[in-house]
Design a protein around this ligand. Structure first.
Ligand code: C5P
Length: 398
């Protein structure tokens, strides 16, 4: 699966840098193109000559070549790569990645990279266990960086514990698994609804909700990354459409309903993640309603339940729903699952810290129609999206 994949390998100043040479050789053997970027200190541990010979490309260390002034563009490197891997990743580099420090080519490349990023930490056991390092790793994970966990064993310091960089074979298989998974949904067409809807009251005012669209966008991105053709029917959000996803912008629940029905007709399934307004003003004033002394009674009428409508039309297509609950979570979610004819429903509870609107993290449970329930830990929305995509695969690839 690594054949033809372009990989930026960042090497930092750790004694484990010698393993980076074996890593390069394995990646090249698998057919990957490897561009090595080293920190200045990494050169003390392994020579650029070794790395250049194995990767068959000049090594990059500085922002420009001091001999001839040639500029090493971190932006184009970040765009070129299908994946960036930092191995070994020292506590220092992980801390800089977590805080956005950009004082070497490896870090500026990381900040410019649009591709998935992997890190393989390598350090002494106490440095690894330190709250600062663990918090930095947590932060990086929450932003979607994938951590290839270090192993336990004898460390360069002579101590024994967790901090040994994962073996090159393990790192290559982590990348391999990632790229393998990526194409699993090729040939499938999926729709995702996301974001809030906006129901106008008059030309100035509207009724909406706190949905930011982050969860739905992460799901659309994850499904597309696995090779699916994804259409994202989205209410207004501040987010960019994920790479490779076609976005259909809508405003009202009625517009979302129309677009969702139209798009679902040619799809193999849909994930209904949007926070659709349940009520909309019975009448929309054509002019701004003037302020007066008395109370203003606004009459609302129910909107169409898009998910339930598609549930009646779905046939053997996959339909996934969401439930955001505040109490009796499983009972309410189970009821929605049956009522709207979902195959499975993703439940989040507003009682869980870090779950729900606006957060970059989410804590989900998945309830299946056959009664199975799977609970997941608090994760980044991107990782939660991967769990949901795994469940989607469970149905579509049966
Ligand atoms: O009933 P409730 O709004 O909690 O159901 C949530 C699920 O139904 C979500 O999957 C949501 O996207 C979907 N839904 C919908 N259209 C509506 C209301 C909810 O698609 N009008």
């Amino acid at each position: 699966m690594l054949k033809g994949k372009k990989i930026v390998l960042g090497v930092t100043g750790s004694i484990a840098a010698y393993k980076a040479a074996i890593l390069v050789r394995s990646l090249v053997r698998e057919g990957a193109e490897v561009q090595v970027v080293m920190t200045a200190l990494a050169r003390q541990f392994i020579t650029p000559l070794t790395m250049a010979t194995l990767s068959r490309r000049p090594i990059l260390v500085e922002f420009f070549d001091p001999e001839n002034g040639q500029w090493n563009s971190h932006v184009s490197l970040g765009e070129w790569a299908d994946a960036m891997l930092v191995a070994p990743a020292t506590a220092n580099t992980l801390a800089k990645m977590a805080t956005g420090v950009a004082d070497n080519l490896l870090l500026t490349t990381y900040l410019s990279a649009r591709c998935p990023v992997f890190v393989a930490p390598a350090m002494d056991l106490d440095m690894y266990a330190h709250t600062a390092t663990q918090q930095n790793l947590g932060l990086l994970r929450s932003r979607g960086v994938q951590v290839v966990e270090p192993g336990e064993g004898e460390l360069a310091s002579g101590l024994t514990g967790k901090g040994r960089m994962a073996e090159p074979d393990e790192i290559v298989s982590a990348l391999d698994r990632f790229f393998c998974k990526r194409r699993s949904l090729a040939g499938r067409r999926l729709m995702v609804t996301a974001g809030p809807t906006v129901e106008p009251i008059d030309p100035v005012r509207y009724i909406s909700n706190h949905s930011t669209g982050k969860m739905g966008y992460a799901i659309a991105g994850e499904l597309a990354a696995r090779g699916a053709e994804v259409v994202l029917v989205s209410g207004p959000t501040a987010l960019d459409a994920p790479a490779g996803v076609r976005r259909v912008d809508v405003g009202t629940a009625a517009a979302m309903c129309e677009a969702a029905q139209r798009e679902f007709a040619s799809c193999d399934g849909a994930v209904m993640c949007a926070a659709v307004a349940d009520y909309t003003p019975a009448e929309v004033s054509g002019v701004k309603v003037k302020k007066g002394g008395e109370a203003w009674r606004l009459e609302l009428k129910p909107t169409e339940d898009i998910a339930a409508l598609l549930g009646r039309q779905k046939g053997d297509r996959l339909l996934v729903g969401f439930a955001l609950e505040t109490n009796d979570e499983q009972a309410h979610a189970g009821d929605k699952l049956r009522r709207k004819n979902f195959d499975f429903i993703v439940l989040n509870s507003l009682r869980d810290a870090g779950a729900g609107f606006g957060h970059d993290t989410n804590k989900i449970s998945i309830l299946h129609r056959d009664g199975r329930v799977a609970g997941y830990a608090l994760k980044s929305k991107r990782e939660a999206a991967a769990d949901i995509a795994d469940a989607v695969e469970g149905y579509l690839l049966k």
